[in-house]
Design a protein around this ligand. Structure first.
Ligand SMILES: Cc1cc2nc3c(=O)[nH]c(=O)nc-3n(C[C@H](O)[C@H](O)[C@H](O)COP(=O)(O)O)c2cc1C
Length: 435
């Protein structure tokens, strides 16, 4: 709905607060969020969030790809009324932003997924809840209070668990199922490897599993089998300070009483079970009809970077594709997600499909969103920036990061002679520099 956008109001609020000596809680320059968050995050937490695969060339390329595009403003257009809304699967979203699914948010702030939900709700931005969340989806949905969310699925090697996660997602009001395809295995991530730190092995980021009835049954079966084999639960952990810290972390994160968990076999069995069932590297296009049969929710495939894969997605009858290279965390020297976007858009539209093409990987400011939307994205996911906002100022930090992006995009539209996202297209951009 066209109206005076939020850009000017946000600017004025910041300047007015500044007159009373109040500064924004998070840097308004999105590129400064990472260095600011680094100062307040634990070494392990920052490594996990900022780190990428191998040489980290993919993450660098994601950001550099935006630098090759320049915006061409048009003049003498009445832009007093602006509309940044976008329709996705039957619901109108006030802005084209989504909160990208991010696992293990507890590494950034104790409020984790609940704080992100509060911040996202405040900005009326739809969050995509991760399968690796620190808080069960039902609790997050309660905080969201029906304001709308999507659920991101990692396709487990256990079919019953997949069914259970999908039915829980439906039951707690998810509007869309985002299936992440690029994580058959975890990428080679030197920052985490050098610290020997995998949060899941410490019981962090597995709350969707430990709250799941099917998963809990698998854990109970493992515990029973180990009892038969007479293997004491902590026998494999040497009592080093690190092992004790791991045991403590597992016990704290596991549902129930921490003191009881310290001596119970379930927390460790849950970690082991998770490591067994996390992903299904054998997944192929032939598996998609089974998912289609499981749910009536729209299905979006995340991780699509290649035009033929995009066409196959359309043929497979899914409802959307999500161009992303997981923020460069999976494949080293991957094509930058932005460089892949035009080819995927062309392939999808070439089939006659009007399905949404979601984009993430590298968006740091409103102008980045402007570029991705001009290259054909229907909506854009905000990944690391909201995690840094969370680390800096909890739910308020998330809200501010999202608010700033909305404000910046709104002003970018106004200043380039656009009144709605429908005005965006490749003709708004020029490509500069090499390749
Ligand atoms: C710390 C971290 C955890 C992530 N966890 C997930 C996840 O659980 N599921 C998923 O589909 N993508 C996950 N992603 C990828 C994001 O959804 C998104 O694709 C990526 O963050 C985009 O890159 P950017 O943050 O550099 O813009 C994660 C990314 C980060 C940085």
């Amino acid at each position: 709905m066209p109206q005076e956008g939020i850009g000017r109001a946000v600017q004025s609020a910041i300047y007015r607060a500044g007159a009373f000596g109040r500064r924004p809680a998070v840097p308004t320059d999105g590129t400064q969020l990472e260095p600011a968050a680094r100062k307040v995050m634990s070494r392990r937490g920052f490594a996990y969030v900022a780190g990428s695969a191998g040489s980290e060339a993919s993450a660098d390329a994601n950001v550099a790809a935006f630098d090759r595009w320049r915006v061409v403003p048009r003049m003498l257009v009445d832009t007093t009324q602006r509309d940044t809304s976008v329709e996705l699967f039957g619901r109108r979203h006030e802005s084209p932003f989504l909160v990208a699914p991010i696992g293990v948010l507890s590494l950034a702030d104790d409020g984790a997924d609940l704080a992100v939900a509060r911040g996202a709700r405040e900005q009326r931005v739809t969050p995509i809840l991760s399968t690796q969340a620190s808080v069960p989806m039902e609790e997050v949905a309660r905080v969201l209070g029906g304001s709308g969310h999507w659920y991101q699925l990692y396709w487990s090697s256990n079919d019953h668990l997949v069914e259970s996660l999908v039915s829980r997602a439906e039951a707690c009001g998810s509007e869309c199922l985002v299936v992440t395809l690029d994580t058959a295995y975890l990428g080679w991530r030197p920052r985490d490897l050098d610290l020997g730190h995998l949060p899941f092995a410490r019981g962090e980021g597995i709350a969707q599993y430990t709250s799941d009835p099917v998963f809990r049954r698998l854990v109970a079966e493992r515990v029973a089998a180990e009892r038969v084999a007479d293997a004491p639960p902590t026998a494999r952990l040497r009592p080093t300070p690190a092992a004790v810290a791991t045991l403590l972390s597992m016990s704290r994160k596991h549902p129930g009483n921490t003191r009881h968990n310290l001596t119970a076999p379930e927390p460790r069995a849950a970690v082991e079970t998770f490591l067994d069932v996390f992903s299904r590297p054998s997944l192929t296009w032939e598996d998609l009809p089974r998912l289609r049969a499981l749910t009536s929710l729209p299905i979006v495939l995340k991780g699509i970077l290649e035009p033929d894969d995009a066409r196959r997605a359309v043929d497979a009858g899914v409802d959307g594709v999500y161009v992303s290279n997981h923020g460069g965390r999976q494949v080293d020297r991957s094509v930058a997600a932005l460089d892949a976007l035009p080819g995927v858009v062309e392939a999808v539209r070439g089939t006659g499909s009007t399905m949404p093409v979601i984009f993430d990987s590298g968006i740091r400011c409103g102008a980045d969103a402007f570029v991705a939307l001009s290259l054909g994205a229907t909506a854009v996911g905000i990944g690391r920036p909201h995690v840094y906002g969370l680390a800096l100022a909890g739910a308020d930090g998330v809200s501010e990061v999202l608010r700033n992006l909305r404000a910046e995009l709104d002003l970018q539209l106004a200043l380039t002679g656009c009144t709605s996202l429908a005005d965006l297209g490749p003709e708004r951009l020029v490509r500069v520099g090499q390749q």
